[in-house]
Design a binder for this molecule. Sequence first.
Ligand code: G3P
Ligand code: MG
Length: 258
Amino acid sequence: MWPYPRIIAHRGGGKLAPENTIAGLRAGLAHGFHAVEFDVMLSQDGIGVIMHDPDFGRTVAGRGSVASTTAAALQAMDAGSWFGPQFAGERVPLFTEFFEFCRANRIWMNIEIKPAPGHDAATGDWVARKTAELAGRPYPSTLGSDPEVDTGSAVPLLSSFSFEALAAARDAAPQIPRAYLLDKIPDDWEGQARELGAVAIHTNQKHLTPVMAKAIKDAGFGLFCYTVNDPEHARTLLSWGVDAFCTDRIDLIGPAFA
Ligand code: G3P
Ligand code: MG
């Protein structure tokens, strides 16, 4: 059984806000989402920040890379203007502040470990350790309980395309669940997933077939697809046994989509 939310906002707020920013989380909340996928990379000084691309030039201006810039310098960078002038105040978030915002707002997290090239094991290790530390803290009791949005108290799910990063995460914090991200599913997927102790396969919706979906489910794994933006295809995937998916179109596909 899939114990996590089924419809997840991709990179924060999908296409409605700059990706991997607090503004994205707010956009998701405004559309009723209490489940998010986002990407974590290590800075030069070994601190997790919320970034997708290893190099600057798309979501932050200029030249340079995450792995050669300190967290303090990254945190000062404008991660919103590329998307629209109204987001000019948005910064590159630290992993810890992003995590705490999610917990305070009862947002469940699919934390994608996104190593900069050559930093796979260090990134997997850091993200798993920090997740275990932060998730182990008592949940803010002042929020009360609301069964509709109580998914925020569930343990996050780590995922990565990097086998090495996930192996490091497994070794650092085996109790935090892991999912193996695969673009096209290779023949030896099951052996790799078992070696990682993965609970789920996360795969590209473009390449998934109903036969492969059945094989993954029959083998006892959860099955998640990225990134599903067409409601009709979303229904098809769910009919194949897909447990969950992330979407950029949080305006078209709501959290209660079925
Ligand atoms: O985690 C699913 C999806 O986010 C993987 O691809 O490139 O959007 O991080 P990407
Ligand atoms: Mg991602």
